[in-house]
Design a binder for this molecule. Structure first.
Ligand SMILES: Cc1cc2nc3c(=O)[nH]c(=O)nc-3n(C[C@H](O)[C@H](O)[C@H](O)COP(=O)(O)OP(=O)(O)OC[C@H]3O[C@@H](n4cnc5c(N)ncnc54)[C@H](O)[C@@H]3O)c2cc1C
Length: 384
């Protein structure tokens, strides 16, 4: 599949692929990638740091390498393409959602500890139903707190908070009546916060619902301003979407490569499966989907790097195409591999579950399609 990246990105990708082959593959054979031991996770981080990759997503001002959208896209694509399911751990998470903490006090109290890996924050965006069936949007009412400070009282329910059980803080999107949305950093163990039953989804990740009953949150825990909570949350979602699209494209390339080896190899029928025209057309569909998804991925990464007005819609499109097409690419690959690919633990079986979940996570495909329709209706057919 010929798609030439600029020299800087191509060089980064080949260095990452060599690093995974030389430093990560030898220490990860047979490891359950959905629950790797803590010491192995630390060893991957240590090796990655020594090789100069771990800090790629950390801003330069904080001593990192300041990788922007193009660089992070290329890095994630390469790590997925390596075929090692633990390779994603080569990139440290950087400040994650705490990137949105942008005043001096918040940078000391919230951002720096997350960056140092001492504290973690989870993103509480999706509204949930309370036990008993009540559904109310999560609200933050302005109030004077018991210690006399200005703040908010948060009430509501959030669901599917990934990693919420192990996090120190929940970054909650809440509605402030008559004023708009706010992003509030809530202590996970604050009075009035209750965690519901942890659920594990088919991709191996775990999620918790949280219930908030008049939880007191000081004004210093407001990220940005009241009224810009949703746009700020969307900045985080946009970054996640681009990353997911890059992962999907890397995995799809790995799947097409692996499938080519499979169908060109010996088969009990006496001739390779690739000699069958029906097999060739299925395989061609896999290649074409992957090529098209990759093209739209780098187009979106460039648009995001340049902060173009269409970037959000391009990123939404790239995530939609990459996740949907990865899923059908994996499905076709399983068909061509036959029964062995259905065995639990097979790389394609794992990717089938992962890709299924990515069609909903970070925005279900239908909502991404609405984003595209809205953008083009507002800006004309040439707007994308
Ligand atoms: C792996 C994973 C990790 C997640 N992690 C987090 C997290 O960390 N924090 C967090 O807050 N949330 C998280 N989520 C939740 C995720 O954001 C939601 O699942 C997603 O936004 C969809 O919401 P929902 O599940 O409530 O489905 P609903 O909103 O009930 O929608 C169900 C389906 O209806 C259709 N649909 C919905 N609205 C429309 C519409 N307007 N037009 C057409 N069709 C529509 C879509 O097909 C959609 O899939 C995670 C989800 C997954 C799968």
């Amino acid at each position: 599949m010929h798609f030439e990246l600029p020299a800087d990105l191509a060089d980064l990708q080949s260095r990452l692929l060599a690093f995974v082959a030389e430093e990560i593959d030898p220490i990860t054979p047979g490891v359950d990638s959905e629950s790797p031991p803590a010491d192995l996770r630390r060893e991957i981080a240590r090796r990655s740091d020594a090789a100069g990759f771990y800090q790629l997503a950390v801003p330069e001002a904080d001593g990192g390498l300041g990788g922007g959208p193009r660089v992070i896209t290329a890095a994630r694509e390469a790590l997925a393409l390596s075929g090692n399911p633990l390779a994603s751990r080569v990139l440290g998470s950087g400040p994650g959602i705490m990137r949105l903490a942008d005043n001096e006090e918040q940078r000391d109290e919230l951002y720096a500890p997350v960056l140092r890996g001492e504290r973690t924050a989870a993103f509480a965006f999706t509204e949930a139903i309370r036990p008993g069936g009540a559904r109310e949007p999560t609200q933050a009412v302005r109030a004077t707190l018991s210690d006399g400070r200005d703040g908010f009282l948060v009430t509501g329910a959030k669901g599917f908070v990934t990693g919420g059980a192990a996090s120190d803080w929940l970054v909650v999107v809440a509605n402030v009546p008559d004023e708009g949305t706010a992003l509030l950093v809530v202590d996970r163990d604050a009075e009035g916060v209750t965690e519901g039953e942890i659920g594990a989804s088919i991709d191996g990740s775990t999620h918790s619902p949280f219930f908030f009953d008049s939880v007191a949150v000081p004004g210093s825990r407001l990220l940005g301003n009241v009224g810009d909570g949703l746009p700020r949350a969307m900045q985080n979602i946009d970054r996640m979407r681009l990353g997911v699209a890059a992962d999907c494209v890397g995995w799809a390339r790995w799947v097409t490569r692996t499938t080519l080896e499979r169908i060109e190899g010996p088969h009990r029928s006496g001739q390779p499966l690739a000699e069958q025209q029906q097999v060739q057309t299925i395989f061609a569909d896999m290649v074409a989907d992957t090529f098209a998804a990759r093209t739209s991925l780098y187009q979106a990464a460039d648009a995001r790097e340049a902060d173009e007005q269409t970037a959000g819609t391009q990123v939404a499109t790239a995530k939609w195409l990459a996740s949907e097409w990865l899923h059908r690419t994996v499905d076709r690959a399983i068909q061509l591999h036959g029964a062995q690919a259905l065995l639990r633990g097979h790389a394609l079986e794992r990717l089938y579950r992962t890709s299924r979940s990515l069609r909903i996570a970070e925005g279900p495909t239908e909502l991404l399609r609405l984003t595209v329709a809205r953008h083009v209706r507002q800006n004309g057919i040439d707007a994308l």
